[in-house]
Design a protein around this ligand. Structure first.
Ligand SMILES: C[S@@+](CC[C@H](N)C(=O)[O-])C[C@H]1O[C@@H](n2cnc3c(N)ncnc32)[C@H](O)[C@@H]1O
Length: 301
């Protein structure tokens, strides 16, 4: 791949030609969604969106653009996720900076945001909210952005993560979205940074690591080799973090407080039992758009 007049057909590398070539290249390497990957990478290099690419199919690329695209394409051919290569992922219709220190936010996690918003909007007195395992900050930042017009007087809005690099990314995202002054980002082990003798948390939202050892062994290389293990590894049965969070949430929530927690699609009945053993009532498992068990919604009586 060199610029202009050196191809077999002596044709310049236009957007369309490059997309066709790179699509086949990634396909041969066994990369999932090769066309989409090519489009997203090229769009990032050219500072366009995908529609912009289609509108400029005949535009020839400069040598610098070709070089930048080639570097990204080689990374993708090694199975690195597109989001890490372009440094960004959309979640809740907002762009979030991502890097290898944070999990790439998944569309199914939007259910956690949706359910949190529903609980907050239904209770004008809800003022204290904590997110556990914030990673890129996508969940709490989406929540706060959606609630800004509400004009609510917040008591404490906090987001916890054990990973310092992840918190740095979360803070950068909060700044980018103009909500950093609303949220306290705290480094710690789940709820350990807070005093449990005087419960004050009204809503806890969490997307903890919940993959079992068997899940981890079967992961696609794009996840296994690139996303942070501490964001994925839930121990032998996948429920190590879930057990800790349920036990801590029981102590830290006010009576009537809510726990919303993302879970794996096969974990619904075991997590229901664990939540009941910890005294939560009612306990419900909510399905995602694909109909799979996805979020625990449990109340401390
Ligand atoms: C599945 S990721 C969720 C990231 C983000 N909230 C999202 O939904 O995209 C889990 C997060 O929990 C953090 N984590 C893992 N163990 C933790 C612990 N003991 N205390 C606090 N955070 C922890 C990881 O660093 C990671 O950022």
């Amino acid at each position: 791949m060199t610029n202009n007049s050196t191809s077999p057909q002596d044709q310049p590398w236009t957007i369309l030609r490059l997309l066709t070539w790179s699509h086949h290249y990634l396909q041969e390497k066994g990369i999932p969604d090769p066309r989409l990957s090519s489009e997203l990478l090229l769009a990032a290099v050219l500072g366009l969106d995908r529609l912009g690419l289609f509108l400029h199919y005949d535009q020839p690329l400069t040598a610098a653009e070709l070089g930048a695209f080639k570097k990204k394409l080689i990374r993708r051919a090694g199975f690195e996720p597109v989001a890490y290569i372009v440094g960004q992922k959309e979640f809740w219709s907002l762009p979030f900076q991502v890097d290898s220190s944070v999990l790439i936010p998944r569309p199914e996690t939007e259910l956690l945001v949706e359910e949190s918003l529903a609980l907050i909007r239904a209770d004008a007195g809800l003022r204290n909210l904590v997110e556990l395992g914030t990673g890129s900050g996508a969940v709490i930042i989406s929540l706060v952005k959606s609630l800004l017009p509400d004009g609510r007087q917040w008591g404490c809005l906090a987001a916890v993560d054990r990973s310092a690099p992840a918190l740095k990314t979360a803070v950068a995202n909060a700044r980018r979205h103009g909500v950093d002054h609303f949220i306290r980002f705290i480094r710690g082990d789940w709820l350990a940074p807070f005093n449990r003798k005087r419960p004050w948390i009204q809503l806890l939202a969490a997307n903890p690591p919940y993959l079992s050892a068997a899940d981890l062994a079967g992961l696609d290389p794009g996840i296994r080799d690139f996303e942070p293990l501490e964001a994925l590894d839930g121990g032998a049965d996948g429920l190590d973090a879930v057990r800790v969070i349920l036990a801590q949430a029981r102590d830290h929530l006010v009576p009537g407080g809510w726990l919303l927690m993302e879970i794996g699609e096969t974990q619904g009945s075991r997590v229901t039992d664990l939540a009941r053993e910890n005294g939560f009532d009612p306990v419900r498992i909510l399905p995602d758009l694909a109909g799979k068990d996805r979020v625990l919604k449990a109340r401390k009586p």
